[in-house]
Ligand binder design. Structure first.
Ligand code: NAD
Length: 396
């Protein structure tokens, strides 16, 4: 039955904030005026995430969703993909008879941001580039009411920087979902220093209406999950490049974290995210923390060459990725031949993540290690208990 998302309490209850930065991450109590009800939604982008977001909003809220992209072809392809996935869900009995058509009919397409007029919230899921997102928000702001929500699905960029120059930056909120959206329950709810209590309350209510667990986080690079995953990737990719230069097996490095029982290997996860998106996240983290987040020449080359996947279905490197790795290895002269020591790789990753968890807490991105573990379980499908128990014991 159709319903709207009105205010409800922030779903992630947690201890009172201790650090000043952490209190910036926590939604303040709702302002006197009730948050805006969500009766229509705009989604900017029709790519991997935007298609899933349009489906989630239409399915959970049963409100009209307007989806835009740069070309009508892209929008129509996305709508066709959404319809096909809904039909499959109905065929498998996960939707009632007729529900697929009902949900799909709520999602319309456009290339004109003026068509967001009347939307109570617009979420952007376009390329991970600050200037592109700023331009998208400027045109969405021109179309919607002054207190309509502007939400961003950015993985790593500054939400505050994205809101700069807008007439009403106080209604911009980070609303970071995880892929696959239908499966992973986490939503990192990012509060900027200028966000209004009313906007945060509306965003928290919307998250709850969408069935997500919102963990409030500060507006810091990569928030929680991508900060930690990107640190992990930085260590593993450096080891892979060193192994390739020393004639070792790069895939043995990729398998080195197996004792932790993670849902997939690092390269499998990079493929899931997409090399281009992950490279953008790496670049953001590198520009904020260059020493701890060195860029991987191999990942950069793969993203630049349009090599979206590093691994083939049989688990081997795809030929293009293999050739790029050989080129990167050849540029590192003088490496002595050495087999991969998986225990040493695991210990390197463990020590790096222990450091990053400590810094994330010291910066007040979240209130507690429990918040970090909750994020890694709900957003990255880590084993029960999360990340920090894995870091407690050195690997040798
Ligand atoms: N890929 C993931 O696993 C993942 C997970 C969480 C968050 N994100 C974030 O979601 C966002 C989108 O990522 P994606 O993987 O869906 O990317 P994608 O490349 O699949 O889709 C991006 C879409 O945005 C469109 N676009 C670009 N500029 C536009 C504009 N000005 N107006 C309208 N449409 C425009 C592109 O044509 C493309 O269809 C990024 O910010 C990314 O960091 C991605």
């Amino acid at each position: 039955m159709p319903h709207t998302a009105a205010a409800s309490p922030a779903p992630a209850a947690s201890p009172a904030p201790a650090a000043q930065r952490a209190s910036a991450a926590r939604p303040a109590s709702a302002a006197a005026a009730p948050p805006r009800a969500i009766r229509a939604v705009g989604v900017v982008g029709a790519g991997l995430m935007a298609s899933q977001l349009a489906t989630l909003f239409a399915q959970q809220l049963r409100v009209p969703v307007t989806m835009s992209d740069l070309s009508a072809e892209r929008v129509e392809a996305a709508r066709a993909g959404i319809r096909a996935r809904l039909d499959r869900a109905e065929a498998k009995g996960r939707l009632a008879s007729g529900e697929a058509a009902e949900i799909a009919a709520l999602i319309s397409g456009t290339t004109d941001p003026a068509d967001f007029a009347g939307c109570d919230a617009v979420i952007e899921a376009v390329f991970e580039e600050l200037e592109v997102k700023r331009a998208v928000f400027a045109s969405a702001e021109a179309a919607i009411a002054p207190d309509g929500l502007l939400l961003t699905n950015t993985s790593s960029l500054s939400v505050e920087a994205m809101a700069e120059g807008l007439a009403h930056p106080e209604r911009v909120v980070g609303f970071h979902f995880f892929n696959p959206v239908a499966v992973l329950p986490l939503l990192e709810l990012v509060r900027t220093p200028v966000a209004s209590a009313k906007a945060m309350a509306a965003a928290a209510g919307l998250a709850a209406a969408l069935g997500k667990t919102a963990v409030p986080v500060a507006d810091a690079p990569g928030f929680v999950v991508n900060r930690l995953l990107t640190r992990l990737f930085a260590e593993v990719l450096a080891e892979i490049e060193a192994a390739a230069a020393a004639g070792g097996d790069p895939l043995a490095v990729d398998r080195a974290l197996a004792p932790w029982g993670l849902p997939m290997t690092p390269l499998t996860l990079i493929d899931y995210i997409g090399t281009a998106v992950q490279q953008h996240i790496c670049a953001t983290m590198h520009s904020s923390y260059p020493d701890r987040f060195p860029l991987s020449p191999w990942l950069a080359a793969a993203a630049e060459s349009g090599v979206r996947r590093l691994l083939a279905d049989d688990g081997a490197l795809v030929p293009e990725a293999s050739a790029l790795l050989e080129r990167v290895a050849a540029a590192r002269s003088g490496a002595a031949p050495e087999p991969v020591d998986g225990t040493r790789v695991l210990e390197r990753v463990r020590a790096a993540l222990a450091e990053e968890v400590g810094l994330t807490l010291a910066e007040g991105v979240v209130d507690s290690a429990e918040d970090i573990d909750q994020c890694m379980v709900l957003g990255a499908n880590y084993p029960a208990g999360g990340l920090t128990p894995l870091l407690a014991t050195p690997a040798r």
